[in-house]
Design a binder for this molecule. Structure first.
Ligand SMILES: Nc1nc2c(ncn2[C@@H]2O[C@H](COP(=O)(O)OP(=O)(O)OP(=O)(O)O)[C@@H](O)[C@H]2O)c(=O)[nH]1
Ligand SMILES: [Mg+2]
Length: 268
């Protein structure tokens, strides 16, 4: 694992503090060096953690070489494929143990342009959570097949209606979280393994009263390597969103029956 070198002060992002970009990887050997180089160019003040699930294609070894050559690049080797959510939770814990102030979630495949990171970090000065949105004014989605466009649009519509969150892209995975905002969330309770992780964290952050800001991004289809998206991952998201929606309605109903001081429905 690459060790942090240099003084702490020179790694700070104005108005945000020390920032760790967590990049989960599974079989991204053709992408990891490119994405790390682009992040280093776009946002020289941040540090990077590659969270690799023992990729059979040797991504971990490529990441080790990058960490060996650059003190701001680190690698977290995990035992095996345990899903995106588990990799991010491990990355968040790694950041907390080392005193970072904020973490960034970013895919390794280039879909999340590191060149958009300065805009996300600028927004984080006045926010607890910043979501890079594909579906807000000024955003662009490049080269995505109709099937994926529809899945993302419908998934977001369902999440918005079912969970009552005023977000254009609750499923998006390009984000900044202040560690203090994550501390206000019970991360132990997070149960998502795949991409519903993003919806689950959106929901928990929203419920905790976090200031969530969306920033338009340019999202591009991956050019190299293969997608880990699967019907099982979509089914997990559908199932979990529906379960949370039912839970929320049950609580609202109970509150309605027993009454709240304001007569309003509140989060449990
Ligand atoms: N550590 C770890 N990383 C994962 C796992 N599953 C996916 N990833 C990474 O999570 C990121 C997003 O995965 P993708 O396969 O690109 O999923 P996606 O962006 O929803 O799907 P595409 O748009 O089809 O690429 C990539 O950097 C993957 O390598 C996992 O189980 N463990
Ligand atoms: Mg991808």
């Amino acid at each position: 694992m690459g060790e942090t070198t240099g003084t702490r002060a020179d790694t700070g992002q104005p108005g945000v503090g020390r920032v760790l970009v967590v990049i989960p990887t599974y079989n991204e050997a053709d992408n990891v060096a490119r994405i790390v180089a682009r992040v280093r160019r776009a946002a020289p003040a941040v540090e990077i953690l590659v969270a690799d699930d023992n990729s059979p294609d040797g991504t971990g070894a490529v990441a080790d070489a990058l960490a060996g050559a650059d003190g701001r690049v680190h690698v977290l080797h995990r035992e095996g494929k345990q899903g995106l959510g588990a990799a991010y939770l491990a990355g968040f814990a790694w950041a907390r143990e080392r005193g970072f102030d904020a973490v960034v979630e970013m895919d390794a495949d280039g879909s999340h342009a590191p060149e958009d990171l300065p805009a996300l970090l600028a927004a984080a000065r006045d926010a607890d959570v910043v979501i890079g949105s594909r579906w807000t004014g000024g955003a662009r989605v490049v080269n995505w097949p109709l099937r994926r466009l529809l899945l993302s649009r419908c998934g977001n519509l369902y999440a918005r209606l079912a969970l009552g969150m005023p977000l254009s892209d609750a499923t998006g995975g390009y984000r900044v979280y202040r560690l203090a905002a994550l501390d206000a969330i019970d991360l132990e309770s997070v149960c998502s393994q795949g991409y519903s992780f993003q919806v689950e964290l959106s929901r928990l952050a929203h419920r905790s009263g976090a200031r969530i800001v969306e920033v338009p991004i340019t999202f591009a289809e991956r050019e190299r390597g293969s997608s880990k998206m699967s019907p099982l991952i979509v089914a997990e998201a559908l199932w979990r969103i529906t379960t949370w929606a039912v839970q929320d309605r049950r609580v609202a109903l109970r509150r309605g029956l027993h009454g709240t001081p304001t007569g309003q429905v509140r989060w449990p």
